[in-house]
Design a protein around this ligand. Structure first.
Ligand SMILES: Nc1nc2c(ncn2[C@@H]2O[C@H](COP(=O)(O)OP(=O)(O)OP(=O)(O)O)[C@@H](O)[C@H]2O)c(=O)[nH]1
Ligand SMILES: [Mg+2]
Length: 249
């Protein structure tokens, strides 16, 4: 336990660097975290196989557990599967755990996946929350995903929706809730952003391309003086595009 604590302390020192790197990449990062067997890997497959999304096969530099997606509104996100948390960690898993913590700390949003049918679900939630706190990930936006809904009796489901009103309930077996989860990711990402009105001179086509790559384009018009854009932008894009912001008529 002491050595795990030491590992965790070292990791938390790295988190600022990781967040910086994440912001520089510009793409919204979602990490699937949770207790072992909750269904994280199954959810990654269910979401990426979802009809409303397309899987970008061109992103070859990503490792096998990270997939790039395009949400229905056009936003690019990456979705990373991580190793499951457990109460007592065998030494052999520490390395795998370490890379998982790196992934989680680099994320813009954590999907905390819970096996809602497990009688120990509450204790598992506590374990996961404790680890997230220990690694300094408590400030990262989080959505609770109660998976394996198909195994719940209607009354168990009712009781859980009352105790966890903000959770998204999913089943990778029936695919129930998968599209709701995708919508929720989009909603949280939007809420972390700003809307900007930009007038970009025609000499700065690079900035128009940048906006198209990194922002959601709400409106685009061609004026005498340049391209008038209304965009929804994340913090990094706001910093880069702010110089072109203008007041709309
Ligand atoms: N009934 C049911 N079973 C599910 C559901 N999602 C996943 N499972 C099953 O739960 C088991 C664990 O799923 P995984 O996706 O491997 O879980 P995980 O969270 O990735 O597990 P670790 O990688 O060990 O942390 C598998 O047998 C899945 O088939 C679900 O929605 N309903
Ligand atoms: Mg897994």
């Amino acid at each position: 336990i002491t050595s795990i604590r030491r590992e965790l302390a070292l990791l938390s020192k790295k988190r600022d660097l990781q967040r910086k790197q994440r912001k520089e990449s510009g793409i919204y990062k979602v990490a699937l975290a949770g207790y072992t067997n909750a269904g994280k890997s199954s959810l990654l497959n269910a979401i990426t196989g979802s009809e409303v999304l397309s899987y970008d096969k061109l992103f070859a530099t990503l490792d096998s557990t990270t997939r790039q997606l395009v949400l229905p509104e056009g936003r690019e996100v990456t979705l990373t599967d991580t190793v499951g948390f457990i109460q007592k960690l065998p030494t052999t898993l520490v390395e795998a755990f370490k890379s998982t913590l790196d992934e989680i700390n680099g994320a813009d949003l954590i999907l905390h996946v819970v096996d809602s049918s497990d009688p120990n679900a509450d204790r598992q939630i506590d374990t996961v929350n404790m680890v997230l706190e220990q690694i300094g990930a408590e400030e990262i936006g989080r959505v609770e995903v109660f998976n394996k809904k198909d195994l719940l009796l209607p009354e168990q489901y009712e009781a859980m929706t009352i105790r966890y009103p903000n959770a998204v309930f999913t089943s990778t077996v029936t695919r129930e809730g998968i599209n709701d989860l995708v919508s929720r990711i989009g909603l949280v990402a939007s809420s972390q952003e700003e809307i900007l009105e930009l007038l970009i001179p025609y000499s700065r086509g690079d900035m128009v391309s940048y906006a198209h790559q990194r922002c959601t384009i709400l409106n685009e018009e061609y004026k005498d003086t340049g391209t008038l854009l209304m965009v929804r932008a994340g913090a990094q894009a706001v910093a880069k595009l702010k110089a072109f912001s203008c007041v709309a008529e």
